[in-house]
Structure formats: C-alpha cells, structure tokens
Design a protein. Sequence first.
Length: 169
Amino acid sequence: MGKVLIGTLSRSFGVKGEAKVVPNTSFPEERFRPGKKVFLSKDGEQFLETSFEEVRGTLKEPIVKLKGISTPEEADKYKRYGLYLDEGDAPLPEGYYRLEDLKGLIVKNDLGDILGKIDDVLTYSKVPSIKAVREGGKPFYFPFLMDDFISKIDLEKKEMIIHEVPGML
C-alpha cells in the first residue's frame, strides 16, 4: 500500500517536542487526529512509524505532538520531514483527486486534440496550477479549476479534458 503526504513539519514549537505543520491536504480535520498512525520521511521512500499524541492549533497550521519526541531538539531533527498516511487511511470523497495522481495524464481539448502531458502540479498559490508540456518540450500552464478550465479527469484512461482558451498555448 502506498503512502500519501499530508503535511511537512516546519519547526519545533514550545518545550514539549511539538512541531508546526504545513498541511498538504484538503481534509486536515480528518488527517490530523490524536492517535492516528503516521509516518515520517525525508525522502518519501524510507519511513519511520509514529502517531499523533496531540493535535492543536488551526487547520491551516496544526501543531502536533508525535509519539517518541519530547524535546524541541528532537523535534528539530525532523524539520522539513514529510508526514505520511497509508493510502487506505486517507480516502477521498467522490470527485476529489490526489495531485500527484495527475502527473503523467495526457491533456486533450474538448475536441479530443492532444495538447500535451501533465508534468507537474504547482501548489504555491491558493489554487494549484497544472504544468503541462507539449510535444517538443514547451510548457503551458492552467489553473486546477473544475468546470472553468477542466471539464473531465479520467484516471483510468490517464487523460484530462480541458477547455482550451485562446492564447493558452
């Protein structure tokens, strides 16, 4: 079973070994709960199992206390480590997608013309942006907005249908 990134530890907080988290989920209230088993990883490949002893703060910046970490110095050792859940412990409602699952999808317009392939999903703003690359390597970008720009995502067919806007390419 795969792992799903739900956040990144940003820095220690307080004197009990707590840490602030930059969430990477649309469902922080579901993902950050006391007692929930989580995994720490610096590289997304080797994982250290732990669990949330306490969770407080806000949904935009949770503060977590992880089992086995009791000092600020120990918490600082895991700065910039990812917090992961088993994929089975992080189900998605109908119509939601994991951003990493979009990478590699073929991008087509409403007429069925192939425009490119999704290379990356950029999350630096409130609305994620899709970076797609056309044949020949030239990229184009569009916001991850269903209905406005994206009409359909089919993970089984590995394609995304978008409304092509003049000047987009």
